[in-house]
Design a protein around this ligand. Structure first.
Ligand SMILES: Cc1ncc(COP(=O)(O)O)c(C=O)c1O
Length: 363
């Protein structure tokens, strides 16, 4: 069986280092906000090119914390794409704000700018573009077309290590006000459990985030702001320190596999999506009209594939319950037809060629 993604294989060469770091944390008995947490934050902000990074419990809370740190008025609207993981939507609700959906581009997983402009009202206070599948939203262009007062928080949960442009990394601080990352195990940079991190160049926001994630306290028993318990565990931080070091290498492997797919998959039933130049291919997503048949066929040939995602945000039961029925053409076509091919960076040449051959024989 060709697995969709094996974390075990990706980490095999750093496994011993990870195990010895875990042992060290256990021996030190410092599980909450230990040195490793601050060390990982320092390394991650340096990697992204931001002034500050605040780690937290997961990527959903990272977005919620970012929104809470902005102190927006209660009835503020926050624009998000109709095609993203449920978390982007829930994070806005969890921050007590109103999510406003916008369609994605045609045959391209990223939020459509024209539709953003159509949805902006005087209550729009923030936009959360999502770098879906590791393809990167053109933030420079977005900033030019929207009112400067509208704050951009980019959801980078699927784009660790990607570039906006000009060698400026996603999460690099001064491009958007705040960037949020999930460090869920299956992400390009993933922990061994739930984890997340936020980057910013804004010192005020940085201090607020540190306080909010720690029950309103920058110092023990000095609770001075709104507070949640959203800290990153020291154990996870000790693992992430090692994993960060091999992120670029693994991203390059993803890019190489994707190039092979683009060049060699030739089947009129398979359609490629547009990816931007600096994509890190968190997922390699194709669309195929007869998805069920394709998935059954791949499974018979012992190749695991995925669906990201089977429903758009507006198709979710809970969304409909609150906001009623609305439609987004491009997002819904993608949700209906999308299939994610294996993009495990450790796939061998032989495995990649086998996947390509099997897809080319699909009819
Ligand atoms: C685009 C996007 N945003 C947010 C999240 C939430 O991250 P987490 O699962 O760490 O809460 C994810 C994770 O799947 C995601 O893909």
């Amino acid at each position: 069986m060709i697995k969709f993604y094996s974390i075990y294989k990706s980490d095999l060469n750093i496994r011993n280092k990870i195990l010895s770091s875990i042992k060290k944390v256990i021996n030190k008995n410092n599980f909450i906000l230990g040195n490793e947490v601050y060390e990982f934050e320092k390394r991650f902000s340096r990697y992204c090119g931001s002034k500050y990074a605040v780690s937290c419990s997961n990527g959903t809370d990272a977005i919620t914390l970012a929104l809470i740190s902005l102190d927006l008025p209660k009835d503020s609207e926050v624009i998000i794409p109709a095609m993203t993981y449920a978390s982007t939507f829930y994070a806005v609700l969890n921050a007590g704000l109103k999510p406003v959906l916008v369609d994605i581009n045609d045959n391209d997983p990223l939020i459509n700018f024209e539709n953003i402009l159509n949805k902006i009202t005087n209550k729009t206070k923030a936009i959360i573009p999502v770098h879906l599948y590791g393809s990167v939203v053109n933030i420079h262009k977005l900033k030019k077309i929207i009112n400067k007062k509208i704050i951009i928080i980019d959801d980078c949960a699927q784009a660790h290590g990607a570039y906006y442009k000009n060698k400026k990394r996603v999460g690099g601080g001064n491009i958007t006000k705040i960037s949020t990352f999930s460090l869920y195990p299956g992400k390009n940079l993933g922990a061994y459990g739930d984890a997340g991190i936020i980057t910013t160049d804004n010192k005020k926001i940085y201090n607020k985030l540190k306080s909010i994630r720690n029950i309103g306290a920058l110092k023990k028993f000095k609770h001075e702001t709104i507070g949640l318990n959203n800290r990153l565990d020291t154990l996870q931080a000790s693992i992430l320190i090692h994993k960060l070091k091999q992120l670029d290498k693994l991203n390059n492997k993803r890019k190489k596999i994707s190039q092979q797919y683009f060049q060699k998959i030739k089947n009129y039933q398979i359609n490629f999506l547009k990816y931007t130049n600096y994509s890190v291919f968190h997922q390699f997503v194709i669309t195929v009209k007869n998805r069920e048949k394709f998935i059954k066929y791949m499974s018979k040939k012992k190749i695991q594939v995925g669906i990201h995602y089977p429903h758009t945000i507006n198709q979710m039961k809970y969304f409909k319950k609150i906001y009623g029925k609305i439609k987004f053409k491009n997002a819904e076509i993608l949700a209906k037809d999308c299939v994610s091919l294996p993009i495990d960076p450790m796939l061998t040449k032989k495995e990649v060629n086998y996947i390509i051959k099997i897809i080319n024989n699909f009819n």
